[in-house]
Design a protein around this ligand. Structure first.
Ligand SMILES: C[S@@+](CC[C@H](N)C(=O)[O-])C[C@H]1O[C@@H](n2cnc3c(N)ncnc32)[C@H](O)[C@@H]1O
Length: 202
């Protein structure tokens, strides 16, 4: 089992450059489309593990009218996002410096597969999400189950849908689900979760 070190990211050459290489591919645009489909339009959005803030920038470009905020654990990501004029702070997703339900929608994109305890991370990220969570992570078949491709720097874990659903805290329902293949050939699963209204059992 490799030790988890969130700051290992900055030692991976070019880790933040996939947007430069592959641009605005389908699974990225899907996140934007889902956010734009939310009614009423969210007033505050947080992107957890936002890297250089590409999603925040794209949302701004596409007319998102609310407040946009990002966090990332890697200092060089935070610096790059800030120098692009974005409101991004350094924080670990496992201990977020925000009040419960502070944001209408939270993005948690392609970070979960690098963390050792998905249920713990999801609980903390969901804590700050008032209404919606857009989650993206590597997928796997139910037969194969959870499996890992650990690298020297960080974990790389693939989750079947059932593993993600069982790691989610109580009180959320799956509103949308899509699968994609990223430019590296990895299956990317995307989930839109919505908080259940108090007293509703659906
Ligand atoms: C694969 S990149 C995904 C970036 C972006 N969300 C996207 O989907 O393109 C993973 C990002 O998560 C950040 N990260 C890794 N561990 C983290 C942690 N514990 N807390 C916050 N951010 C973390 C990394 O610095 C990196 O920017």
């Amino acid at each position: 089992m490799s030790a988890y070190n969130p700051l290992a990211w900055e030692r991976v050459p070019g880790f933040a450059n996939s947007f430069d290489r592959y641009g605005w591919v389908d699974y990225r645009q899907n996140v934007i489309d889902w956010v734009r489909s939310l009614k009423p339009a969210p007033a505050r959005l947080l992107d957890v593990g936002c890297c250089r803030g590409e999603y925040l920038r794209k949302l701004k470009e596409e007319g998102f009218a609310g407040e946009l905020l990002g966090v990332d654990v890697t200092p060089q990501c935070v610096e790059a996002a800030r120098s692009a004029g974005l409101d991004v702070r350094q924080a670990d997703c496992r201990m977020l410096p925000f009040a419960s339900r502070e944001f209408d929608v939270v993005l948690f994109l392609n970070v979960l597969m690098h963390l050792p305890d998905p249920a713990q991370a999801l609980a903390e990220v969901c804590r700050v999400a008032g209404k919606h969570l857009v989650l993206s992570c590597y997928g796997a078949t139910e037969e194969r189950g959870v499996w890992s491709r650990n690298t020297k720097a960080f974990l790389n874990t693939f989750y079947p849908k059932s593993a993600v659903l069982s790691a989610m805290p109580e009180g959320w329902r799956l509103a949308k689900f899509e699968t994609f293949v990223n430019p590296f050939g990895d299956p990317v699963y995307q989930y839109l979760f919505t908080r259940r209204k108090a007293g509703k059992g659906e």
